[in-house]
Design a protein around this ligand. Structure first.
Ligand code: SF4
Ligand code: SF4
Length: 132
């Protein structure tokens, strides 16, 4: 895990602080299980109701949506502002769902986001036709 984090972020500190990185990765995996991240993404792909949302407000960088502060790539400044060690990278764009967050009101509710709100725009129901 520390080598993976190093390769993805380019930060050698993940390998230097090997044990701390392993502990943080385990906290992150527990957080992912608690927040049902994989299951919710599968449900999102499978669901028929694709309501689109308008998201308003300004992120205050509290870090809650980074798996409740457990993501191994999360940095918190001395003043409590979150930043992401892989923000804007190819991994961030294509390997994670972070770049899409928040997609809907449920995302904001799950992380108890204090700053943004999502309003449904329109409902788009995808018809699934059984293959014969
Ligand atoms: S929970 Fe909301 S305010 Fe906090 S970092 Fe995430 S988007 Fe920003
Ligand atoms: S935005 Fe960065 S720090 Fe936050 S969950 Fe995604 S990868 Fe982790």
């Amino acid at each position: 895990m520390p080598f993976g984090a190093w390769l993805i972020s380019g930060r050698a500190q993940y390998v230097r602080d090997y044990r701390a990185t392993v502990r943080q990765c385990l906290r992150m995996l527990r957080g992912m299980a608690r927040m049902r991240i994989v299951a919710r993404n599968i449900e999102r792909v499978m669901q028929r109701d694709r309501t689109e949302y308008s998201v308003e407000g300004a992120c205050t960088h509290c870090g809650r949506c980074c798996i409740e502060h457990t993501c191994v790539f999360l940095d918190m400044s001395a003043t409590g502002q979150s930043s992401c060690a892989v923000y804007g990278s190819r991994f961030f764009r294509y390997g994670l769902t972070c770049g899409e967050y928040p997609l809907n009101a449920e995302d904001l509710a799950i992380y108890k986001c204090p700053s943004l709100r999502a309003t449904p725009l329109k409902s788009r129901v995808i018809a699934i036709v059984p293959v014969r």
